[in-house]
Design a protein around this ligand. Structure first.
Ligand code: NAD
Length: 467
């Protein structure tokens, strides 16, 4: 399969599509290797993962270059590699305590004692998207490996250049090589992965997530689905306008808006709307495309060409129905790549796709509201429910609003904080996902099955037959 370069439009990468037989073979090898990995114990697995982090650091330059080729952006690629390494280090520190076996305890029935235990799933599948290709391929794999599982990863076909340097780092970590495999390919390869694993972590669109959920149901395996969003921000009448505009300019435009927790809708109180909007537009207008120099500018290209059609279609639909661009409003073609102009739209309404559907671009829509209640009603009037943001200097008010929002991670007086605060557990609401929290202590426990050893301490059970 020939893969397009997001900066040049050239089909300059040959993706090796792993055959379905090969997926089955690799998964069988993983299944055979997993018991030894589990029996090694937590300390040895931590050591192996620390070695892996070191190898990623050794291969940092090649990884950053490959991720940058995949995505067309530079500073986020550096950050992505560094965050991946620090995520491994953090899990190595936290996992032993989070999975430490509790001592035996007395049951409520006094002569019985419970010894809690667990067993990891044998093979965990990971299917990941193109917006943070390296990080989202490893974010679930890391805790799964530490928990004692073997892992097979199927990255997005759109961004698989990073796989080669990642394989190098895996090969250089002998203890890991037998329990971590990467299979490249498109949807069919993803479907094959589902056939051979015991639990699945999927990150991607709602449409594919729904299909993946159905396939997992047929296989009778748990699926953890991290899907799309249309995150809303509520800017109250007492919000600090400087804080709100800086946070939302960043939260809606970073990674060219290609982030699941991108703020795509803003509901601002009428009485500060003029000041807020003009300051937001001023800040958004300062953002530059990273063209022609990938290292200069904040806004990279649209990574997937399929997304370009979605963005253009949503913009056309919005303009036809009366939306107004306060800045931006087009997708430009520069040097063969597609770049969305950093865009703020007003005069929008809920009959426009750009208000109801995920856009996944450097575009934010602003609507004026008369009250907090109206803002909450509009924010919740969505099929999605990933995260949100609230801006108010009255903290009691901010928490009250946060409690009523149908979303898992709510940032207060800032934006997209769930990407940084790993210990904050959250779940997705509505179509934005399903399954346990990817963040916090619950995250690693998604990969184990709890067991209990229940011991009779020496008293004949009163329910036994008397005869
Ligand atoms: P996508 O759904 O098109 O593809 C995701 C992955 O699924 C790819 O690896 C793809 O090859 C694979 N796939 C496609 N069809 C499949 C099938 N039938 N069976 C198994 N696998 C299949 O998503 P995308 O366009 O790559 O990524 C963008 C989406 O990801 C956005 O909606 C974004 O919001 C979402 N996302 C969510 C989070 C989160 O944490 N909630 C994080 C990042 C991205």
């Amino acid at each position: 399969m020939k893969i397009r370069n997001p900066r040049t439009g050239r089909l300059d990468f040959n993706l090796n599509e792993v055959s379905l037989d090969e997926v089955a073979h690799l998964a069988a090898n993983l299944r055979a290797s997993q018991p030894l990995w589990w029996q090694l114990g937590m300390a040895a697995r931590v050591k192996a993962m620390q070695d892996f982090a070191e190898q990623l650091a050794v291969h940092r330059e090649a990884l950053v270059a490959a991720v940058a080729e995949d995505t067309g952006r530079w500073s986020e690629s550096e950050l992505e590699v560094d965050v991946t390494i620090s995520t491994i280090q953090r899990w190595c520190k936290d996992a032993p305590e989070l999975l430490a076996e509790a001592p035996p305890r007395k049951a409520q029935i006094p002569f019985l004692e419970i010894q809690p235990s667990y067993l990891p799933f044998e093979v965990v599948g990971v299917i990941s998207p193109w917006n943070f290709p390296l990080l989202l391929s490893l974010v679930d794999a890391i805790p799964a490996l530490l928990a004692g599982c073997a892992v097979v990863i199927k990255p997005s076909e759109v961004t698989s250049r990073f796989v080669a340097p990642l394989q190098e780092a895996i090969r250089a970590t002998p203890a890991l090589a037998a329990v971590l495999q990467i299979v490249t390919g498109a949807g069919e390869t993803g479907q094959a992965v589902i056939q051979h694993v015991d639990t699945l972590c999927f990150t991607g669109s709602v449409a594919t997530g729904r299909r993946v959920g159905e396939l997992c149901a047929q296989q009778f395996i748990p699926a953890f689905l991290e899907l799309g969003g249309k995150d809303a921000a509520i800017v109250c009448d007492d919000a600090d306008i400087e804080v709100a505009t800086s946070a939302l300019c960043w939260g809606s435009m970073v990674n060219a808006g290609q982030s699941c927790m991108s703020l795509e809708r803003i509901y601002v109180h009428e009485c500060i709307a003029d000041a807020f909007i003009s300051r937001l537009v001023e800040k958004v207008k300062k953002l530059r495309h990273n063209y022609p120099d990938i290292r200069v500018g904040e806004i990279g290209p649209v990574i997937s060409d399929k997304q370009v059609a979605v963005i253009r279609q949503q913009l056309d639909d919005a303009f036809e129905k009366g939306a107004r661009a306060l800045c931006g409003g087009q997708v430009l073609e520069l040097g063969g790549g597609f770049y969305c102009e950093p865009t703020v739209l007003d005069q929008v309404s809920n009959n426009m796709q750009i208000v109801t559907e995920e856009t996944f671009a450097a575009i934010v829509v602003v609507q004026r509201v008369q009250s907090n209640d109206e803002a909450v009603r509009l924010a919740n009037d969505s099929k999605y429910g990933l995260s949100a943001a609230v801006f108010s200097q009255d903290l009691a008010n901010a928490y009250r609003i946060s409690a009523t929002l149908k979303a898992g991670g709510i940032s207060i007086n800032d934006a997209s904080l769930t990407g940084f605060v790993h210990e904050a557990e959250k779940q997705s609401f509505q179509c934005s996902g399903m399954g346990g929290s990817r963040m916090g202590a619950e995250s690693i426990r998604r990969f184990i099955r709890k067991k209990s050893f229940i011991r009779n301490t020496g008293v004949p059970s009163p329910w036994w037959f008397k005869a």
